[in-house]
Write a protein of this length. Structure first.
Length: 293
């Protein structure tokens, strides 16, 4: 079936393009089977770059001759960590030296401590460390970042370069785009979603700045963008998502100018053609942000 073809293709797919990946990916969006609760098989995306889905957010693994660089560490739990390491060990026996987190949510930082215990440095935004410590969902998860930066960070290790960029606030107040320039791959995390985008207003998230982050991403030279969940995206899909989000915000802004209140905003903003549906809490946060003096 489609999935079999996909993994078979990936097994040999050094030259696979994101378009081919997408053409053969499973159907996206709501209503499909719940995206992997458990850690799935490792897949090669590019030479020396692998992805593991399931068990939380997507995890990337960059292989260098001196060790491994990992992006995002899934939901908390020894089982997730053990399964991730089992999959990693099927492609490399080298130690994980660096971990990047794309934002502080539990499904992205869950097993940080296990990597730290095994000798890795966890690199993240200052704001990520702060939000991880204050968010009730993550404050008791061990493994806060061991090396932090304010906005941009470049790691050169084992002949590989990894750039981490903060382009503004979006899904949270600590979103970090992780870019592999030589492979033309960027991890955009939950800034791109198959289902409804989520703005974590309580932890610095912003609907207004959301597109600013994707504009930053679109300035990078990339072919494949990896979302927090789901299949890799093309540059065209990132652009389309960015434009949809801009449409959402401008419709909400126009509705408020036309007299919509915090309570009526939901009924005044058309989203069915965007394929999204939001709850009252989302519109409340959006209203507050758009009317903030
Ligand atoms: Zn998230």
């Amino acid at each position: 079936m489609v999935r079999t073809t996909l993994s078979a293709t990936l097994a040999v797919g050094l030259t696979l393009t994101a378009t081919a990946l997408l053409a053969q990916g499973p159907p996206a969006g709501r209503g499909g089977p719940k995206a992997g609760q458990t850690v799935e098989k490792i897949r090669q995306l590019k030479p020396d770059l692998y992805m593991i889905t399931g068990g939380g957010a997507n995890t990337l693994i960059r292989v260098t001759p001196e060790g491994l660089i990992v992006v995002d560490t899934k939901n908390p739990g020894d089982e997730n960590y053990n399964r991730v390491m089992e999959e990693i060990r099927s492609v490399s026996n080298l130690p994980v030296k660096y971990v990047f987190n794309t934002h502080h949510h539990p499904d992205h930082v869950g097993t940080n401590q296990k990597f730290i215990d095994a000798g890795a440095t966890v690199i993240a935004l200052d704001a990520l460390k702060t939000h991880m410590a204050s968010d009730p969902r993550t404050k008791d998860i061990p493994g806060r970042p061991t090396q932090t930066f304010a906005k941009d960070y470049t790691l050169k290790f084992g002949g590989a370069t990894v750039e981490a960029h903060s382009y503004g606030r979006g899904h949270t107040g600590d979103d970090t785009m992780v870019y592999f320039p030589d492979l033309k791959v960027v991890m955009v995390s939950d800034q791109i979603t198959d289902a409804n985008p989520i703005v974590d207003f309580a932890n610095g998230g912003s609907a207004v700045e959301w597109t600013q982050i994707l504009d930053g991403v679109l300035k990078l030279d990339f072919e494949i963008a990896i979302p927090g969940r789901g299949e890799p995206k093309t540059r065209a899909e990132v652009k389309a998502f960015r434009d949809k989000f801009a449409t959402l915000v401008s419709r909400a802004s126009d509705a408020i100018k036309a007299g919509a209140t915090r309570d009526t905003l939901a009924s005044q903003v058309k989203t069915d053609d965007l394929g999204w549906m939001f709850n009252a809490a989302f519109y409340g946060g959006l209203y507050d942000e758009l009317t903030k003096k």
